[in-house]
Design a protein. Sequence first.
Length: 143
Amino acid sequence: MSTGLLQATTYYVSPTGSDSNNGTSPSSPWRTIGRVNQLGGALGAGDVVLFQRNGVYRGKLSISSSGTTGSPIVVGAYGQGNDPVISGSDLVTGWTVYSGNIWRAPVGASVRHVYYNGERLQLARFPNSGWARTDNATSTTTT
């Protein structure tokens, strides 16, 4: 009968890392949440995933296993500074002037919310406030 114990692994993630690293030391961290998610259910009892402090990590963290009661899978932080931020939002880059003071940028998915300097912006609308009103109509049906 074997009573061998599995060695828990600590994985490191840093904004300056590379997903081609092995991720098992602060000197060779992964860069993205996507790389952590590639482990899928391979994370085991006692494994630890540490995100470097002061970092912002974009995406959805999907860990499909939980470890055991005595050895849970732990997600935490390493280094000095502010707690890491895991954000489900995407950073929009590639802004160009469209016309006058109107800017545009390519986005891949439908946009539900836009933030600027941490403040949620209102989506484009007409009129900018209140309601659009009509004085009369030429038809009583809509298409």
